[in-house]
Design a protein around this ligand. Structure first.
Ligand code: SF4
Ligand code: SF4
Length: 423
């Protein structure tokens, strides 16, 4: 039997979230519906309930029940168990927090962030997809959502170092850069971890991984578990401070980057004494400094912008800068950059089993975009996008596939004394 829904707990969390910026957003919505066509879920399903503004309903109702003139007379409707049960799936399964709706909203309403806050109320009520919540709890208890505990991290780093005959530093006492991992990469795409190490070694970076703080993905944030979100950020921050890192580099994971870079200080409640860069930004920095020597890549390439790295992260141009002069036949998809469509699996949706069919439906938008470019290779910089695409590709029988920009760059490094001939 399901546990009873704790509506009062949800109400309390909603009220706590309703601070000034959020109130401004809730009051600002014109109900114009322009956001509908910007959302990949609405685009793929045509379901009006997938309109972004509709996802604001629970938090807006909770706010009005306490703050509107009708509430002063005790006449404003209160959020109910039925409301919570109806919106649970919409808030978790049909929002990847991609931020595309905000780019077309005339009032600039940040629906992605509001959804992130609203999820916390659902969790307080005892709701939320079990698999996503379990991934958050597993991260808290074992260090990562996919079972990458410190011992396994050590084993896999040793194995990758041996396999590739390279140095991969772990637990150095001091380092300029703390390099982190996404367990999706380590468990499913480990080559991208050795690729990061090859690039760091090539450029002579003083870096280390740390068993004290390594998991960059933050399922606490995605699952609406603020306490777990804080634990995950704290682990990385303390590991960075312990080695005296000036920079924390986030691997190919979009949300990991967004949470630490843009939310980390707020989650911790204090300034972080290091900068946070995504690996794409870090590689671009190395290229600007003349520390990346690459042979050109022949063959056509198109780039999928992970939402949290491009649109919400600000690294849209860094990916192009990296590919410029390297990809001899680069083809932008349409739309691209900050307007690019989401893969359908961000915001934790990838980890929600019951959302799989809808995710695959959404992925048809990406297939169409990629095929129109005619490019031979689809490249991106997020392991979560990669996993989403690999699963949807298998489900739909699509022949294309996604490659990692880090792996491609690592495969084209030219060591001193070698000639930079195209492959
Ligand atoms: S943030 Fe993205 S997924 Fe969420 S409602 Fe807006 S467009 Fe849709
Ligand atoms: S586009 Fe903005 S103002 Fe219009 S309905 Fe959507 S959220 Fe509201």
């Amino acid at each position: 039997m399901n546990a009873p829904v704790n509506v009062d707990a949800a109400r309390n969390v909603f009220f706590k979230q309703v601070e000034e910026p959020l109130v401004a957003y809730l009051e600002a919505c014109l109900h114009c519906g322009q956001c509908a066509d910007a959302c990949h879920f609405h685009e793929a399903s045509g379901d009006p309930r997938h309109t972004p503004a509709y996802k604001l309903f629970p938090i807006a109702k909770a706010y009005r029940s306490q703050k509107s003139p009708l509430s002063w007379l005790g006449l404003a409707p209160r959020i109910t168990e039925k409301d919570l049960s109806e919106w649970e799936e919409l808030l978790f399964d049909t929002c990847t927090m991609c931020g595309r709706c905000t780019t077309v909203c005339p009032m600039g309403i940040d629906i992605a962030s509001i959804v992130g806050k609203a999820r916390q109320a659902f969790v307080a009520a005892g709701l939320g997809p079990e698999d996503l919540l379990a991934a958050a709890d597993f991260s808290r208890d074992h260090g990562s959502p996919l079972g990458l505990d410190p011992g396994k991290l050590e084993d896999r780093i040793e194995w990758l170092a041996d396999e590739n005959e390279i140095d991969i530093p772990l637990d150095k006492d001091k380092a300029e850069v703390l390099l982190t991992v996404s367990s999706i990469e380590m468990m499913k795409y480990p080559v991208s971890i050795s690729a990061m190490a090859k690039i760091m070694n090539h450029a002579g970076v003083d870096y280390t991984f740390s068993t004290k703080g390594y998991e960059a993905t933050n399922f606490g944030y995605l699952a609406g578990k603020a306490d777990v979100a804080k634990i995950m950020v704290t682990r990385i921050a303390e590991a960075a401070e312990a080695v005296g890192a000036k920079t924390v580099v986030i691997p190919e994971c979009g949300h990991a980057y967004g949470v630490l870079r843009w939310g980390g200080a707020n989650i911790l409640g204090k300034r972080m004494p290091f900068e946070v860069l995504h690996i794409t930004e870090y590689m671009a920095k190395l290229k600007r400094e003349g520390r990346l020597k690459l042979k050109p890549h022949n063959g056509s390439i198109t780039y999928h912008d992970p939402c949290q790295i491009s649109r919400r992260g600000g690294a849209t141009e860094d990916a192009r800068y990296l590919l410029d002069g390297f990809a001899t036949d680069f083809r932008e998809m349409t739309p691209t950059g900050n307007q690019n469509w989401c893969c359908g699996g961000g915001g934790g949706v990838q980890a929600i089993g019951r959302a799989a069919e809808l995710r695959h439906q959404v992925f048809k938008i990406k297939i169409d975009q990629v095929e129109k470019t005619g490019a031979a290779a689809l490249v991106s910089s997020c392991a979560n996008c990669r996993l989403t695409m690999d699963e949807s590709k298998a489900a739909l029988g699509w022949k294309g596939g996604l490659e990692s920009i880090v792996e491609i760059i690592a495969d084209h490094l030219v060591e001193d004394g070698a000639t930079a001939k195209a492959d």
